[in-house]
Design a protein around this ligand. Structure first.
Ligand code: BGC
Length: 423
């Protein structure tokens, strides 16, 4: 057996982006609003980003030219529905052209309907804890399907609905409703929006019971709308699933966190056509919380251990708990050293091959991310891109890792020697 047989025909080899991180000037979004508030937790505003909104044609041609077969990107709700109930045909037409460019270049478009950012009006209306949000999201999904549905290759409803619960355990976000008034950014947001601080509930930072229920209901409502129009289209959501380990004495804590952050959401994925897995490494928990990488252990730009083996573990966990096909919709490394990234990707892809060899139904491997871009609260510092961008000139330069992974796409994994697979 050769590894070229390990990866099934039509396996998706791709790179991903998210609208707010690359498009630029997403001025009607809640994230733009939060970036520019007094007391903001964002290192810098997103600004022009990498101007993908205008450069998508060249960007898509570049991705295809590197050999990839798929491009995952997101639609920006705040552009499509800038005021509640007011839909922009021009914005929908823009995304239609993006989808057409993917098809012209032979890329299967994996389309995320919501990647963290929402319209600012939604934030003012109670955001991701408000009972009417699932209905609002389904109405937007309906417009998207009517305008773009025929060109979508795979549909992802929500990106990382579970992230806030992971951030809470890492001690870097996930504020429950009662504490929001004391945090300067949420207090400032509440004042500008003219609502109570407890009602400021953006997607990526909100941890609460209603937050879980609203997201799950929104996912189901959008899934139903999408399936009603395209029954054969694969629909799922994508999850932030870190590989959870226990340090000495931390087993009970790690088990509780695995249940809350990973398994609960994987169980909720049952009934979907696939689940998107987004893994960057592992997280070790002791009895009192996260245990950081020891001195001397190689780390990424965020100071986390470099652990590409985590992907294989989370694919196996997803297949076991959700029992549905898996697509790796994000996996990557923040580093200035592309040699490190290449070696990371090689191990991660070998992990995927090992899962496939064991009969696990993995449909694709989509790396995060196509271009160095706006890494949310960290700004433009972290470099996750397979393609670098000079933001002064907007010039794009593929890194060796882009050529390597694009080559893998072209020969459907044949380059990965069998002996390199983990035992
Ligand atoms: C998100 C991306 C983000 C990446 C790296 C995921 O949580 O979906 O938008 O840039 O991880 O941190």
């Amino acid at each position: 057996m050769t590894t070229s047989q390990t990866f099934p025909n039509h396996f998706l080899w791709g790179v991903a982006t998210a609208a707010h991180q690359v498009e630029g000037n997403n001025v009607n979004s809640d994230c733009w609003f939060l970036e520019n508030l007094p007391g903001t937790i964002f290192a810098e505003p997103s600004g022009d980003a990498i101007d993908h909104y205008h450069r998508y044609r060249e960007d898509i041609a570049l991705i295809a030219g590197l050999g990839f077969t798929s491009y995952r990107f997101s639609l920006e709700w705040a552009r499509i529905e800038p005021e509640e109930g007011e839909f922009s045909t021009a914005a929908l037409n823009h995304y239609r052209r993006v989808l057409e460019a993917c098809h012209e270049h032979g890329l299967t478009p994996v389309v995320t309907f919501h990647h963290f950012t929402s319209p600012r009006w939604l934030l003012a209306a109670g955001g991701w804890e408000d009972a009417a949000t699932p209905e609002r999201f389904a109405r937007y999904a309906e417009r998207v399907m009517d305008h773009l549905g025929d060109l979508i290759g795979v549909a992802c409803t929500l990106n990382e609905p579970n992230l806030p619960w992971l951030l809470k355990e890492l001690g870097i976000g996930g504020v429950p409703a009662e504490g929001r008034g004391e945090v300067p950014i949420w207090a400032a947001a509440a004042e500008r929006l003219g609502i109570e601080a407890a009602r400021v509930a953006p997607f990526q930072f909100t941890v609460s019971g209603p937050g879980f229920d609203v997201k799950l209901a929104a996912h189901h409502a959008a899934r139903d709308v999408i399936k009603a129009r395209r029954p054969e289209l694969m629909v799922g959501w994508t999850l932030a699933n870190t590989d959870i380990h226990a340090a000495e004495g931390g087993q009970a804590n790690a088990d509780r966190i695995r249940r809350e952050v990973n398994e609960r959401f994987l169980e909720a994925s049952q009934g979907d056509d696939f689940v998107g897995i987004q893994t960057y490494g592992r997280t070790v928990f002791g009895p009192n919380g996260v245990v950081h990488a020891a001195d001397g252990v190689p780390t990424n730009q965020m100071g986390e251990e470099i652990y590409p083996e985590g992907l294989e573990a989370t694919i196996r966990e997803a297949a076991r708990v959700a029992g549905i096909p898996v697509i790796v919709t994000e996996n990557g490394l923040a580093t200035e050293d592309d040699t490190q990234r290449l070696s990371y990707l090689r191990t991660a892809v070998a992990g995927v091959a090992s899962c496939l060899a064991d009969g696990i139904d993995v449909r694709g491997y989509i790396a995060w991310t196509a271009f160095d871009n706006f890494e949310w609260v960290f700004g433009y510092g972290p470099k996750f891109g397979l393609i670098s961008v000079d933001r002064a000139t907007q010039e794009r330069t593929p890194k060796p890792s882009a050529h390597w992974l694009g080559g893998m796409a072209q020969n459907n994994g044949a380059e990965l020697e069998l002996e390199e697979l983990p035992a």
